[in-house]
Design a protein. Sequence first.
Lengths: 361, 361
Amino acid sequence: MKTITVNLKERSYNILVGKGIAQNIGAIIRRLKLGNSAYIITNAGIKRRYGTSLRKSLLKARLEVKFKLIPDTEESKSLKTAYSVIEDLTSFDRNKHIFIVALGGGVVGDLAGFVASVYKRGIAYVQVPTTLLAQVDSAIGGKTAVDLREAKNLVGAFYQPRLVASDVRMLASLPLKQIRAGLAEVIKYGIISDAALFTYIEKKYKKILSANLEALEFIVSRCSNIKAKIVERDEKEARGIRTVLNFGHTLGHAIEAAGGYKGYNHGEAVALGMLLSCDISERMRLSGTGAAKRIENLIRKVGLPVKISKVSFKRIIKAHYRDKKFIGARNRFVLLRGIGRTKIVEDVPLAVIKETLAARM
Amino acid sequence: MKTITVNLKERSYNILVGKGIAQNIGAIIRRLKLGNSAYIITNAGIKRRYGTSLRKSLLKARLEVKFKLIPDTEESKSLKTAYSVIEDLTSFDRNKHIFIVALGGGVVGDLAGFVASVYKRGIAYVQVPTTLLAQVDSAIGGKTAVDLREAKNLVGAFYQPRLVASDVRMLASLPLKQIRAGLAEVIKYGIISDAALFTYIEKKYKKILSANLEALEFIVSRCSNIKAKIVERDEKEARGIRTVLNFGHTLGHAIEAAGGYKGYNHGEAVALGMLLSCDISERMRLSGTGAAKRIENLIRKVGLPVKISKVSFKRIIKAHYRDKKFIGARNRFVLLRGIGRTKIVEDVPLAVIKETLAARM
C-alpha cells in the first residue's frame, strides 16, 4: 500500500492506494475520529458488490452504518438529489456524530462531497472511489459540485475529504470502457508533468486495460501524487497552478456538453480535447515535433477516439462559450510544449479553434 | 466612519460602520476589485427605499447592477429559494464577472452568503446589512445558511464576505420592534465580553431605541469589533471560542422554534434565552450576586420580554433537543459568571433546565 499525503495544513489528509484497502477501512477510519456513524452514499450496483464487506469492516470498528442509495446516472449529480440526500440525512441524524462516505465514481464523489460541505456547514467525509477516473482525479482535491440544468458543476465548494481510500481491486470488475475513460486522465497526467509515466503507459497499456493490479496500483499512486502536489500549491484554483489539470478539458467539456453528455463519456471527450489542444499547439508552433504524434498514437492504441463523429461542430463551438472558466469572453487553454511540459495560453483565436476542430471531424 | 478589520489572512476584510456609507458604496467596492457586475439580492421594500441610491453609486463606479428580489419572509431563507436565485444568477451570468451584494437583514444576508459560497464554488460577496441585528451579528463572520423544513441553518457554509458596510442611517427607518430585536444581541455582547458596553446601554437605551445615529454608530462599531475578534480566533467554530456568541441562544432557538418562528422573533427569543441562562447560572451558583438582576432589569426596560407566554413548556423542551449543536445527546450552555464574563458548561441537567423554564412561564 502507498500513502500519499496532501499537505494543506489543518485540512491535510492521506490518499491510500493499494490492493484490498476496503476490507480494512473501518479500522483506518476509526483512527481518524471522524464520528461514530457512517452515512454511505452509493448506488445499488456498487452496494451489491461491496456493501457487505464495507459494512462488516465498519461495524467491526464499532461504527454505525447507513447506506443511502442514489440512482446510477449522471442526473444524480444535481442540486435536487443533493436536497433529497440532505433531507434523508437530517431524518437519520438524531444526536449522532455522522460522517459521510462517498462509495462510487465521480457522480457519487462530487455529490457526497457537496452534501458534506454544506450539511451543518461542513461535516467530515471520506472518498472511496470505485472507478479509475475517480481514483486518479475526482476523488482527490476537494472540488465538489452538482449540476444545474444550465451547466455542469455550477454549484459546489472546495471542501477537502479527510481520507481517500483507493482500492485498485475495485477496478478489476470495471467494464473496459470505464478503464479507458480513466486512462484518458492518466495519459493527461503523463503529458502535463510526468514523461516517465507517459512512457510507462506506452509500454504497459495492455496490462492496464486488462486491469492488472500491479499496473493499476502504479498508475493510481503516480497520478495521485501528481494531483496532490498540484492541489497543495493551489487548493482553490486561485493561483493558476491547478489550471494545468484542465489540459484537454476546455474543449473536452464542450464536446461532452455538445452531446448532451450522451455522445462521448468524460474520458473520451478529454482524449479528444487533448488531441485538439495538441493540434492547436502545433498550429501555434508551441510544441516540439513528435510529441503530438506520440500522444495521438497512444490514445488510438488504448482504444480512445481520435476523430469526432458523434457531435456536431456547431454544438461544440456553442458549448465552449459556456465554460465557467471563461471570464469576460477570454478563453484559456493549456497547450502542449512537449511530453511532460505545458503552457497556459489565453485568448486563442476563435479561427484557430474552428480550424483545428474541423480537421478532427 | 469606523473601520474594523477582521483578520483572517487571505480571507481578511473590513467592516465599515458609519452614517451614509451606502451612498459611497460604489467607489468602495470598486477598489476591492470584486468584479464588474453587482448582483444585488434584496426584497421589494428595501429596494424601494435604497435601490435607487445604491444603483446610482454602483453605476457611477462603472459597475453593472442587477437586482434580485426575494419575498420578505423567513421562508425565503430556504434551499428552495437558494435554488431559484442560483438559476436566475446563471441566466444573468453570460461571461460576466459577478459579485453578490446582500442588501437586507439576516434572511437576505444568510441566503445571499450561501448562494455566493456555492455558486461556481464561491464568488465574492458584500454585506450591506439594513437591520440592527444584521449589523451587529449576522452580517459579520461568514456563517451562511439556509433552512430546511426539519431545522434552521442546517445547510450552509463558513464563507467570509469581502466587505461589510454598515450604514447606521439605514436603521433610522426601522420599526421599534426591530431595533429592540437587535438590541437583544447588543446586550448579549455586553454580557459576554464588554461590561462598559453594558453600562452604556443601561444609560443610553432610550437614545438607541429612538435611533439616535451617534448611539447606533457607537454600539454597532463596538459589537462589530467584539464579533470580529472572536471570529478571528475561531473562524469555523471549531475551537469552542465562538461558542460564547451563543449565550442565550441554546434555549433562545428552542423558544423561537417552539413557536414555529411566529411566537417570538429572534431578538425576543434571545432575550428570554439569556434570562434563562442567567437563571441556570444562579441555580448552579456560577454567577455573582446582582448580575442576573441587572440583566433582567435592562431587558425589561428596553421592552423585551422577561416572561414566556406565547409558547408552551412542552414544545420548548422538545425543540431544544433538536439544536444542531448537540452532539451525542450532550447539551452545551454558555452561562453567566458576571457582566462581561461567561463560562461554557456541558451537560446541564435536564431537571435544572425544566425548573428554570417553568419559573419563567
